[in-house]
Ligand binder design. Structure first.
Ligand SMILES: [Zn+2]
Length: 269
């Protein structure tokens, strides 16, 4: 007993839905695959304006780039100028450490002893003139004794850090009386420390300036091309060392101490 009075399917549903669409419309829908968007006339105008804007932006960006490149070139030129200035400055203001200038170590096979036991050595030309100096002093009745000449950078490590550790001084305090390794004139083979053979209580003391040896050096050292490295109030700010002298009698030694001598010269004004 199921709804016998009614048909199995209502007629509305048996009809395909497409039948409801008019023939003409259906054909049109099939014929044109997609409805095309039609740009209104003012749309082209907008696109034109947009292209013009983009082109304008590209052109101005490019000129900006050119400008930036020019600026970079100017900057590079300025920097080159700055570098030259810095290099010039470095020639005048040396790269010192705690007041000391850097020095190269003399070659070990280019040294000559100035004492009998070979424990104190200088560069040959400095050694020869120093031996002449000792002899001339002795002839004047003055006993000058060398106590230190060439020192390797390793030797100076001991002098600087060894004594520093013992005395508990800071590197800055220590640097007032001793050069850091790599910065001692003793590395060059041109520097020598001397004492008065008859007044050992003045060894490595400021009081050495009161000895016969020091007075003799002041009067005669220049004849043998030696000069005091660290006079009172020297430009490097290193403690006065009346016992420390350096050879400046040839081109290499003069070049070696060029910066120091330049500083000393500028300090004399
Ligand atoms: Zn010295």
């Amino acid at each position: 007993m199921n709804n016998t009075g009614l048909p199995g399917k209502p007629p509305e549903f048996s009809t395909p839905p497409t039948d409801d669409i008019p023939e003409a419309l259906r054909e049109t829908a099939v014929a044109s695959p997609r409805p095309r968007f039609k740009l209104p006339f003012w749309g082209w105008g907008l696109i034109g304006v947009a292209i013009a804007l983009i082109l304008g932006m590209v052109v101005s960006w490019q000129s900006a780039q050119v400008g930036t490149t020019a600026q970079a070139a100017n900057g590079a030129a300025a920097q080159t100028g700055l570098q030259s200035a810095l290099i010039t400055q470095q020639l005048n203001v040396p790269d010192s450490l705690l007041g000391h200038l850097p020095y190269e170590e003399a070659p070990a096979d280019d040294l000559q002893s100035v004492v009998a036991d070979n424990s104190i050595k200088l560069r040959p030309i400095a050694a020869a003139q120093f031996l002449d100096l000792l002899e001339a002093a002795r002839a004047d009745g003055v006993v000058i004794v060398p106590i230190s000449g060439f020192r390797s950078i390793a030797d100076q490590e001991q002098v600087f850090f060894g004594i520093k550790a013992q005395q508990g001084e800071s590197p800055t305090e220590r640097a007032e009386v001793s050069a850091p390794p790599g910065y001692s004139e003793h590395h060059t083979g041109y520097a020598v420390d001397i004492v008065d053979g008859e007044q050992s209580e003045t060894d490595l003391e400021i009081s050495f300036e009161g000895t016969e040896a020091f007075r003799w050096m002041q009067q005669n050292a220049a004849r043998f091309n030696f000069e005091l490295s660290f006079p009172r109030d020297n430009a490097e700010g290193i403690s006065y060392e009346p016992w420390h002298w350096r050879f400046v009698g040839d081109r290499h030694s003069l070049e070696t101490f060029f910066k120091a001598r330049q500083l000393a010269g500028s300090n004399q004004e």
